[in-house]
Design a protein around this ligand. Structure first.
Ligand code: NI
Ligand code: MN
Length: 231
């Protein structure tokens, strides 16, 4: 069984009972988070970019649990300098891990850490294709709509596509329907909405739009999980 849990914003955990992946752990300061940083015990932390609502509590969790942080190289190096174990990758690259296989995908966005009056740029942002026990999950990261999602859909049998719908910083719902059409995942799950007033959306309207286009979507509330039988 693969268990996929939503923790609000862009944070998900994916577990097979042995390995526990935590993606974009923005927990402290996230009004929607159902868990706090000291309540999670990941083996690996996947970070899509340096913005505080994604890097979040990754360093604190990594220091406590010794979980390896996977991130685009520049961001990974930053995390290493802060004392974390890292696996540095970059766009287009794939690698096998004990839990399965990861491929880093493009995302149209920015990536920086803002500390006081200083902006530390941390390379390009990314998404992830995660293959674990025969289940394929695509976490798009923060991104606008891009046509190469069609290629991602053609080359991967995606079981779950996790797509931002919040608009303003990332895709809005209409663009996210177009994305879902290109990706052709079995199930599409919206993320990156409602955390702040500017990204307020009705995820059920999004699911309805998916249905009108012959696609299946599920709204996960923070703390809710879906399980997938593994092959
Ligand atoms: Ni961002
Ligand atoms: Mn974001």
């Amino acid at each position: 069984m693969i268990k996929l849990v939503y923790h609000g914003h862009a944070c998900f955990s994916i577990s097979d009972g042995t390995y526990d992946l935590l993606i974009d752990p923005f927990l402290k300061g996230n009004p929607l988070a159902d868990v706090q940083p000291d309540e999670v015990n990941p083996t690996h932390i996947l970070v899509t970019h340096g913005h505080s609502d994604h890097l979040g509590d990754a360093l604190e969790i990594a220091r406590r649990t010794k979980a390896e942080i996977v991130a685009p190289n520049e961001l990974a190096q930053y995390c290493s300098m802060q004392g974390a174990q890292i696996a540095a990758m970059h766009i287009g690259g794939a690698r096998s891990f004990p839990f399965g296989r990861l491929k880093m995908t493009p995302a149209w966005h920015g990536s920086a850490i803002i500390q006081g009056n200083e902006i530390i740029y941390t390379g390009t942002p990314c998404g992830y294709i995660i293959e674990m026990q025969g289940i394929t999950i695509y976490h798009a990261g923060d991104t606008g709509l891009f046509g190469d999602m069609k290629l991602i859909g053609q080359r991967n049998q995606i079981d779950y596509a996790l797509l931002p719908i919040g608009d303003n910083y990332v895709m809005g719902p209409y663009d996210a329907v177009e994305a879902a059409l290109m990706l052709q995942a079995k199930i599409t799950i919206p993320m990156h909405y409602d955390t702040f007033p500017i990204i307020k959306q009705n995820p059920y309207l999004y699911i309805e739009k998916l249905r009108e286009n012959g696609l299946q979507g599920i709204v996960l509330k923070p703390g809710e999980a879906i399980t997938a039988p593994t092959v």
